[in-house]
Design a protein around this ligand. Structure first.
Ligand SMILES: Nc1nc2c(ncn2[C@@H]2O[C@H](COP(=O)(O)OP(=O)(O)OP(=O)(O)O)[C@@H](O)[C@H]2O)c(=O)[nH]1
Ligand SMILES: [Mg+2]
Length: 328
């Protein structure tokens, strides 16, 4: 890697002093797809890396409308009132409207958006899940370096993004709505299995009784699942982002979880595993990109595809031919 430019070194240093504008600029650099920006972003990240990693990383997911934004607003108010500094990032590969979902409903996070102890960054718009995930991971490093000690990565509970988020955080929290079993909520068993904590939101007013029933149902379903780690068994809590009920208990559960895993050295080892897996993902993505850009491969691939389609060659043999032609 070439040496970092003085201006970028200054940017990295400003991030580490907690300068919010520098932080926003550094995240913008990380999000840029320009090749020269990518090089500079990696230099900035390398410089701040020693100052990162000292947060609790939380993933929040749940079906559309379950109350994620409202919950993060209320939960964020509680956590910052305890003296923590909270950063909220989002992964939303569906990239609904430009600006992303968090910015779109900043009205739901009005207090948090104005809270000096909080930093909200909207979804980087567009791109495949892998690209969005990379930018979110790198933004996480930057917010940690800027001194935010609680990081929430929010994702909409549709499709692959839960797995992606679960793979980059210390604790995965699934928000559920009252009423209906998991079938009704479209929550797949695989996603429940990712959860370290389940929170049935909207446990207020007329929804309180159905919320209790939903919580009991989910607790029963959890009972049949194998815990992700021997030191922590997933719990189901009731909360209302509207009335504040149960919010302190959710934070208390986060603290208990952290203590349990930290005590067993599991947060560190989980992060090591995640970092290694991330490196290999980047290598795989980079290789594929180079392969597709290779002129020899580009010349050969269409013929190979035709041969495979017409049954003149097995896909395996065709793949061997293509790989043999690839010079890297
Ligand atoms: N009764 C009740 N309603 C709530 C609660 N939390 C959120 N809501 C309502 O549920 C609706 C959806 O809330 P959001 O916070 O936008 O939900 P979301 O999960 O962020 O939705 P998407 O961003 O679209 O995925 C809004 O009308 C909220 O006012 C709660 O604790 N109780
Ligand atoms: Mg939302």
């Amino acid at each position: 890697m070439t040496d970092i430019a003085p201006a970028d070194a200054a940017l990295a240093d400003a991030v580490m002093t907690g300068d919010r504008r520098a932080l926003a600029r550094a995240i913008t650099l990380v999000e840029s797809s320009r090749a020269d920006h990518q090089v500079r972003a990696q230099q900035v990240l390398a410089r701040v890396l020693p100052a990162a990693g000292r947060s609790i990383r939380l993933g929040f997911s749940g079906a559309p409308g379950v109350g994620k934004s409202t919950f993060i607003e209320t939960f964020g108010g509680h956590v910052t009132s305890l003296g923590h500094r909270l950063a909220v990032l989002a992964i939303d590969p569906s990239s609904r409207v430009s600006g992303g979902s968090i910015l779109g409903d900043k009205t739901r996070m009005e207090l948090l958006a104005r809270n000096p102890a909080a930093f909200i960054r909207p979804t980087p718009s567009g791109g495949a899940l892998g690209g969005v995930a990379r930018r979110t991971r790198e933004a996480m490093i930057l917010v940690e370096a800027a001194g935010f000690d609680v990081v929430i990565v929010e994702t909409v509970g549709v499709g692959q993004s839960e797995t992606t988020v679960a793979d980059m955080v210390d604790m995965f929290v699934l928000l559920l709505s009252p009423g209906g079993g998991d079938d009704l909520q479209g929550i797949k068993r695989g996603i429940m299995e990712l959860a370290d904590l389940l929170v049935v939101n909207k446990a207020d007013g007329a929804l309180e009784a159905p919320a209790r029933m939903a919580a009991a149902d989910h607790a029963a379903a959890l009972h049949l699942m194998r815990p992700k780690t021997p030191v922590w068994t997933a719990e189901v809590l009731l909360a209302s982002a509207m009335t504040n009920k149960g919010i302190a208990e959710v934070w208390a559960a986060v603290c208990r979880y952290r203590a349990a895993l930290d005590g067993a050295g599991l947060i560190e080892s989980r992060r090591h595993t995640q970092a290694r897996a991330w490196m290999w993902r980047e290598i795989e993505d980079g290789l594929i990109e180079r392969l597709r850009a290779d002129p020899a491969v580009a010349g050969l691939a269409p013929g190979m595809e035709a041969a495979v389609a017409e049954g003149r060659l097995t896909p395996t043999a065709a793949a061997f031919e293509v790989l043999a032609r690839f010079r890297g």
